[in-house]
Write a protein that binds this ligand. Structure first.
Ligand code: NAI
Length: 258
C-alpha cells in the first residue's frame, strides 16, 4: 500500500538514500532539507521548524504515515545540538498530529554510534529539559574549553534518551505510533568525508568506531532498516536505539549494557 512519508535531511547521504528507497517502493515522499527538496526549512531555528510543519500540513492535507528525521550536522559548534537534538524533536513532535491522522503511522530519528562515546552531561541534561538556550550555552562552553567533539556525541545521546522516554508515552505508544532511533556507525557521506580523507583523523575514527562486519557503510545499507521500522510490518519495536554499525556498539560496550 502506498504511504505518504516525510524525510528530513533528504538532500544528501542517509536521508537521500532513505527517500530514494521509500519512493522506489511506491510511496509518496516529501523531501525536506535546508537547501533542496519539496520543503526547504532550516531546522536549527524555531522559524524553520514551524515552516517545516506548516508546509508539510499544506502538502499532505494534514496526514502523514511515516516521518524520518535524518537532518544533522557534525560541527564542533552549538549549531550541532540545535539541529541534531532540537531540530529532530521539533520535527517529530511537530509532525506527530499529522501522523496521528495517518494509517499505521511510524517515526524514526537517525541517532549515532557516537551516542555511546563520552558526552557532556550539561548539554545532555539541558537538551532533555527542553532548554535550547542552556544546551547551546553548555555546547559553547565545551567548545571554549577545547572539548568541541563532545557536542556531537551529546546531541546524539540526548536524542536517543528522548526517544526512549517519548516512545512509551500516551502521545506515541498510546496513539499507536512506534518511535525508534537508528544509530549508524561510520557511513560514507559528505558528513564523514573530511574525517576519512585525513589520514590521522581516519585512524582516530577507525579506533573509536571499530566495524568488524563489512567496515564503513554506504547510505544504502542504512535505508532498508529505516524502511522496515517505518513500515506497517513494525508493530512491536518501539523506544529502541537500533545500531546499524557493523558491530561497533558490541565491540565498544560488550555485554556490559545488560
Ligand atoms: P549529510 O551531510 O550527507 O546529510 C545531512 C543532510 O542534513 C544534508 O542534506 C543537510 O543539508 C541537511 N541539514 C543539515 N543541517 C540542516 C538544517 N539546519 N536544516 C535542515 N536540513 C539540514 O550527512 P549524513 O551522513 O547523511 O547524516 C545524516 C544523519 O545521520 C545525521 O543526523 C548524522 O548525524 C547521522 N549519522 C551519520 C553518520 C555517518 O557516518 N555519516 C553516522 C551516524 C549518524
Amino acid at each position: 500500500m502506498s504511504r505518504t512519508c516525510l524525510v528530513t535531511g533528504a538532500a544528501s547521504g542517509i536521508g537521500k538514500a532513505t527517500a530514494a528507497r521509500l519512493a522506489q517502493r511506491g510511496h509518496t515522499v516529501l523531501r525536506a532539507d535546508l537547501r533542496d527538496g519539496d520543503i526547504r526549512a532550516d531546522l536549527s531555528t524555531p522559524d524553520g521548524r514551524a515552516a517545516l510543519v506548516a508546509r508539510a500540513r499544506e502538502l499532505t492535507g494534514g496526514r502523514l504515515d511515516a516521518v524520518v528525521s535524518c537532518a544533522g550536522v557534525a560541527h564542533f559548534d552549538p549549531l550541532t545540538v540545535r539541529v541534531n537534538h532540537f531540530g529532530a524533536v521539533a520535527t517529530l513532535d511537530g509532525l506527530r498530529p499529522l501522523l496521528a491522522a495517518g494509517t499505521d503511522p511510524r517515526a524514526v530519528v537517525v541517532g549515532s554510534i557516537d551516542s555511546v562515546h563520552p558526552t557532556d552531561p550539561a548539554i545532555v541534561a539541558a537538551a532533555l529539559a527542553g532548554d535550547e538556550e542552556a544546551a547551546t550555552a553548555a555546547a559553547r562552553a565545551a567548545v571554549d574549553r577545547g572539548e568541541g567533539h563532545l557536542v556531537y556525541s551529546s546531541s546524539k545521546a540526548a536524542i536517543a534518551r528522548w526517544v526512549r522516554r517519548a516512545a512509551v508515552t500516551a502521545e506515541w505508544a498510546g496513539a499507536g505510533v512506534p518511535l525508534n532511533a537508528v544509530a549508524p556507525g561510520v557511513v560514507l557521506t559528505p558528513l564523514t568525508r573530511p574525517l576519512l580523507d585525513d589520514p590521522d583523523l581516519r585512524a582516530l575514527v577507525e579506533r573509536s568506531v571499530p566495524m568488524p562486519l563489512h567496515g564503513h557503510a554506504r547510505p544504502e545499507q542504512i535505508a532498508p532498516l529505516i524502511d522496515w521500522l517505518v513500515s506497517p510490518e513494525n508493530t512491536l519495536v518501539t523506544g529502541q536505539v537500533v545500531f546499524a554499525d557493523g558491530g561497533a556498539d558490541a565491540t565498544l560496550r560488550g555485554d556490559g549494557v545488560w
